[in-house]
Design a binder for this molecule. Structure first.
Ligand SMILES: *[C@@H]1O[C@H](CO)[C@@H](O)[C@H](O)[C@H]1NC(C)=O
Ligand SMILES: *[C@@H]1O[C@H](CO)[C@@H](O)[C@H](O)[C@H]1NC(C)=O
Ligand SMILES: *[C@@H]1O[C@H](CO)[C@@H](O)[C@H](O)[C@H]1NC(C)=O
Ligand SMILES: *[C@@H]1O[C@H](CO)[C@@H](O)[C@H](O)[C@H]1NC(C)=O
Ligand SMILES: *[C@@H]1O[C@H](CO)[C@@H](O)[C@H](O)[C@H]1NC(C)=O
Length: 497
């Protein structure tokens, strides 16, 4: 026998028992700690590199509640100084440098110990889409420089890329419905997650500097259309319609409008601008139209050198509206009702919509975000357009003087887009909510992008009860059973010997 006497044998058994008990206890403690420790806060950052400027958003959430809805909040937003990254083609390293100030600010709100785990994304939109169309190597260089800067920081940089217009639209739609809690709701009565009524799903209207997006869930009678964007969120399938119109953002629209007015004019140096306030003048160089594919003409008349043209404001609302309508090719749709312009398919609009970004900013300035009727909106815009430059600049001394003369054109553009193109009418107009924030979070594509890339919106329905860790439980139970068996064996042996 291995053991010299009974005493040694019993000592060995008791030793083994103690060892097994300690292991079992430790395993149980690990499990208990897991449940009772306060949940940790996680962070994520997204740069929205738009055509006219870049913004940084910092989000935080409770890691224990990742798969529930309405849990992510916005910690910080920061506007990057200067132009959008697509404007740095002549000096790409400056595009990267422009982001530093906001990054430094963001790192101040994230505890140092967590910074290395913070996923950082940069998404570029229509400004970079246009640059890529014009010179793809220049676009690649800008993105590479931006990535180089972000890699210098102690964060988990996940890449800089150009979003497609459809992604931009879909992520805006996800953001809105996530923030407004419309995807899934926990019903305490039936102890289960229920899908909200289809009527509680909002559509998204986004107007940027270089493109505009519309995304919504068509009515149930619309099936199998071509451009369905399929999403599975919390166990439910959504087929959403989304379309992005490049060159139909407000800045590109204004440039196209100026270009059209200049091409149609009989004068080569002074041109009437019906949308600018009376007595306001702006001088443009024809060469500026060549910097964007939206206005880069196959049009011979504009290739006649780099002369300057003076645009003279006329403050004429109805002529402004007419001039803006010419920027759309409505006749390309013929008599089709399921068509916006340029022959683009769109099912009939359905449900309520949130109109954000420039839709909101322009209407906010005009005090039109309070649910006014379409008649009131039209009247307000018409009246605003007749005000002279002197009147406007003395009435709004605080307003950016580059922006102030453009509200009339922007507002008429918004009306044309929503009514003539998307086909909202007097009644459905009341389903548009002009809103920029939900709770403390800004509405835009960035949150939806981060939610998706961090897998925070699972395809499956959320579990009601948080599961335990199966392998640890199995191990703990195995040890307890083993300990009991050994104890029993020891007892029997002891009695028998
Ligand atoms: C959330 O869901 C994902 C995938 O369904 C899963 O991997 C993750 O562990 C879940 N997180 C929590 C905190 O339950
Ligand atoms: C594209 O951009 C690169 C780098 O900025 C520049 O060297 C090149 O001349 C550009 N090409 C064209 C066709 O403009
Ligand atoms: C509008 O679209 C139609 C059909 O595509 C085309 O024939 C017509 O020339 C376009 N009109 C303008 C002004 O571009
Ligand atoms: C909007 O309303 C505010 C206060 O109610 C007023 O000061 C401002 O002039 C209004 N703006 C416009 C464009 O009417
Ligand atoms: C979300 O991300 C996954 C990759 O993680 C991708 O396959 C999917 O298409 C994305 N969803 C949307 C709406 O873009």
């Amino acid at each position: 026998m291995m053991f010299a006497n009974k005493k040694h044998f019993i000592t060995a058994i008791v030793g083994a028992l103690i060892a097994f008990s300690i292991i079992a206890l430790v395993l149980c403690l690990v499990r208990i700690e897991d449940v009772t420790l306060p949940a940790t806060v996680k962070y994520g950052m997204v740069f929205d590199a738009g055509s006219s400027h870049t913004s940084l958003f910092v989000y935080e959430w409770d890691s224990d509640k990742e798969n529930d809805t309405g849990m992510v909040s916005q910690t910080l937003s920061c506007d990057v100084q200067g132009q959008g990254i697509s404007s740095y083609t002549n000096d790409p390293p400056k595009a990267g440098d422009s982001l530093r100030e906001c990054l430094d600010k963001a790192l101040k709100v994230v505890p140092a110990a967590k910074q290395r785990d913070v996923p950082v994304y940069l998404g570029a939109t229509a400004g970079m889409r246009l640059l890529r169309e014009q010179n793809s190597s220049a676009a690649d260089r800008v993105l590479a420089e931006v990535a180089k800067t972000l890699q210098e920081y102690p964060v988990a940089f996940k890449g800089a890329r150009i979003l497609t217009g459809e992604e931009e639209g879909a992520y805006g739609w996800i953001t809105i419905n996530y923030l407004l809690d419309s995807f899934t709701k926990y019903s305490p009565k039936s102890h289960t997650w229920v899908r909200p009524e289809a009527a509680d799903i909002f559509g998204a209207l986004d107007l940027g500097g270089a493109s505009t997006q519309i995304s919504f869930m068509p009515g149930s009678s619309v099936i199998n259309w071509k451009e369905a964007f399929k999403l599975t969120l919390y166990g439910y399938n959504y087929n959403i319609y989304t379309h992005s119109y490049l060159c139909y953002g407000q800045n590109e629209m204004l440039k196209r409008l100026a270009k059209e007015l200049i091409t149609e004019s009989s004068s080569s140096t002074r041109v009437d601008h019906p949308c600018y306030p009376k007595d306001y003048t702006e001088t443009v160089s024809l060469s500026s139209f060549r910097t964007s594919p939206c206005t880069n003409p196959s049009d011979m008349r504009l290739t006649l050198g780099d002369r300057n043209v003076t645009l003279e404001g006329r403050g004429n609302a109805s002529k402004c509206l007419d001039a803006i309508k010419k920027l759309f090719n409505f006749s390309a749709c013929g008599q089709r009702q399921d068509c916006t312009f340029d022959g683009v398919y769109q099912p009939p609009i359905s449900g309520r919509f949130i109109a954000f970004s420039a839709f909101y900013y322009n209407f906010k300035f005009l005090n039109l975000t309070k649910g006014q009727s379409l008649a009131t909106v039209r009247e307000t815009i018409e009246h605003f357009c007749t005000r002279s430059w002197e009147d406007l600049s003395s009435s709004y001394p605080e307003e950016n003087p580059d922006r102030l003369p453009k509200y009339c054109a922007n507002a008429n553009y918004i009306l044309t887009l929503l009514l003539d193109a998307y086909k909202f009418n007097e009644t459905s107009w009341n389903n548009i909510i002009f809103q920029m924030k939900a709770g403390s979070a800004s509405v835009g594509w960035t949150l939806g992008y981060m939610l998706n890339l961090t897998n925070m919106i699972p395809a499956e329905a959320p579990a009601r009860v948080k599961g335990h860790i199966p392998s640890l439980w199995a191990a703990a139970i195995a040890f307890i059973v083993l300990t009991l068996a050994l104890g029993l064996a020891a007892l029997l042996l002891f009695l028998w010997v």
